[in-house]
Design a protein. Structure first.
Length: 362
């Protein structure tokens, strides 16, 4: 099954199809992770994106239900150099191509991914389509050029109704902007009693539940369109400890006057080095974001920059000077990736406990 990958700049890459047989269009981005193809595809932060894997071989250990980061992924397509013909693992429940087929996600292999990634690094991410080799190219390019990529993606991936993830200790509200299951796993590992709320949750909705802490999840799209969430956080952070991850980090920053910008090609992968400014500690992190906080917009009277990315110096973490609120651009839950930063969940628990003790002694 021959397929083409076409890009908005007129480029054409010929390859072999696998997974679902339909054509697709999305923003073409790349990830540098050597493993974790299943977690990446099921990460809702990849909604409306066609994902290029820089690792030359994917699919060699199959797919298992235990590694889903969402049950209904919204990734638009998969591009790789080679997909494994045979996959072997005692955990495997199905092959990667079969998984993509029943998830309705098309794939294309045999692409020169090094040339493709170099193009994306030089020119930035761009629109692309995976089409059948029998399709008329001129018409396919016309459709691609006419396609408008939406910035408002959170509504597609957030839960529509609240639901619990029961536990016996701290009461946590998780705002679902496209939350990875691994965030819930980390909260469950700390026996948190978690209520997951839709992205539309207001400050009043949260206050009614009387939580000990609020966690703002990862998610896709442009953070600048999340004004309702920004308004909510600006109220909540004054009364309840807040921890933001990825999109949640960008929302917390905006709630305190900062601005965000779209990066040329973003950070996606499981090997991004980050420095904690206070200690100099280096952690390798799992990341997936195409937007970042503008350092020039940070008000030092309100926010402290706590982490920076070593390669390009982008802001990777902030903390409020006066309120119990902090956030990171990377994924401390990893899944997959190094778990160097997982102790940030413990820092959140500690912040909650200190706040509860202060209220008790007041």
């Amino acid at each position: 099954m021959q397929r083409y990958l076409i890009l908005d700049d007129g480029s054409v890459f010929k390859g072999t199809g696998f997974g679902a047989k339909n054509s697709t269009t999305g923003e073409v981005v790349f990830t540098t992770g050597m493993t974790g193809y299943q977690e990446a595809v099921t990460d809702q932060s990849y909604a409306n994106q066609i994902l290029v894997f820089t690792n030359p071989l994917i699919g060699n250990y199959g797919v298992t239900l235990d590694d889903y980061e969402s049950l209904q992924p919204n990734c638009k397509g998969v591009i790789c150099r080679e997909v494994a013909r045979v996959s072997t693992s005692w955990r495997q429940q199905e092959t990667f191509p079969a998984f993509l087929e029943h998830m309705d996600i098309p794939g294309i292999s045999g692409i020169d991914t090094r040339a493709l990634v170099k193009k994306l690094r030089v020119h930035g991410t761009m629109k692309g389509s995976i089409i059948d080799a029998t399709d008329e190219l001129e018409h396919a390019f016309d459709q691609l050029h006419a396609t408008v990529m939406s910035d408002q993606l959170v509504a597609q991936v957030s839960t529509t109704k609240p639901y619990p993830n029961p536990g016996n200790k701290r009461n946590i509200v998780l705002i679902d902007y496209g939350a990875k299951h691994s965030i819930l796993r980390e909260l469950a590992a700390r026996d948190c009693n978690t209520i997951v709320l839709p992205y539309t949750a207001t400050a009043e909705d949260i206050f009614k539940l009387k939580p000990d802490g609020v966690l703002l999840s990862n998610g896709p799209g442009n953070p600048e369109v999340m004004q309702d969430a920004v308004n909510m956080v600006s109220e909540v952070e004054k009364k309840i400890p807040v921890f933001g991850i990825c999109l949640g980090h960008q929302i917390l920053a905006q709630a305190n006057g900062a601005k965000t910008f779209k990066m040329k090609f973003g950070h996606r992968g499981f090997n991004h080095p980050v420095r904690e400014i206070a200690t100099g500690r280096i952690t390798f992190t799992s990341q997936n974001h195409g937007y970042a906080v503008d350092p020039e917009s940070i008000d030092p009277n309100e926010l402290i920059v706590t982490h920076r990315e070593i390669n390009d110096g982008t802001i990777e973490g902030i903390r409020h000077r006066y309120y119990p609120a902090f956030s990171v651009q990377f994924h401390p839950d990893a899944a997959p990736g190094p778990s160097d930063a997982v102790d940030l969940f413990d820092d959140f628990m500690h912040m909650i406990d200190i706040r509860k003790e202060e209220e008790h002694n007041a």
